[in-house]
Design a protein around this ligand. Sequence first.
Ligand SMILES: Cc1cc2nc3c(=O)[nH]c(=O)nc-3n(C[C@H](O)[C@H](O)[C@H](O)COP(=O)(O)OP(=O)(O)OC[C@H]3O[C@@H](n4cnc5c(N)ncnc54)[C@H](O)[C@@H]3O)c2cc1C
Length: 139
Amino acid sequence: MSGNIIDLSKIEELKVIKIQSDEINMGSMVTFTSILNSEVLSKKAKLLCKAAAAVGSPQIRNRGTIGGNICNASAAADAVSSLVCLEAKVDLKSMDTKGAIQSRMIAIEDFVIASGKTLLEKNEILTNIVFKIPYIDGL
Ligand SMILES: Cc1cc2nc3c(=O)[nH]c(=O)nc-3n(C[C@H](O)[C@H](O)[C@H](O)COP(=O)(O)OP(=O)(O)OC[C@H]3O[C@@H](n4cnc5c(N)ncnc54)[C@H](O)[C@@H]3O)c2cc1C
């Protein structure tokens, strides 16, 4: 079996959590520690911070990424259930044979199809996770 390994760890754009109009957009390389420390998420999507806090230990939270947690699709993945509650979508990107970037958005509840199984194609990466800012009365 042969294949290529792509290291996403130096792509700074994938480590950003930002508000875009009425949505929160997170890069797939955002770590659980970054989620816990995010002012935006602690104000707008606290359940995701609580899920991140439940993950393993400080060492795992420092290294584990939201994208890895989703693509790994463990039945015990703490981030996935809260992202389903937030009706999050995943942005999947690939390159076609002519070098053009292709993109598709899938609801996370459709993306994870079984324990350890997702709809990720061999030539795709998960770049971003997007969800509407939940309406919280009084904020
Ligand atoms: C000791 C231990 C305890 C843990 N405890 C918990 C826990 O309590 N709760 C919990 O939810 N998780 C837990 N985890 C899992 C951990 O938090 C990570 O979510 C998981 O290991 C993924 O790690 P990673 O981000 O390094 O991804 P990787 O291990 O690098 O990737 C996981 C898989 O997803 C693929 N992948 C990763 N990122 C992308 C991307 N952007 N696009 C396409 N494919 C991608 C990789 O190719 C690989 O197949 C634990 C792990 C360990 C080792």
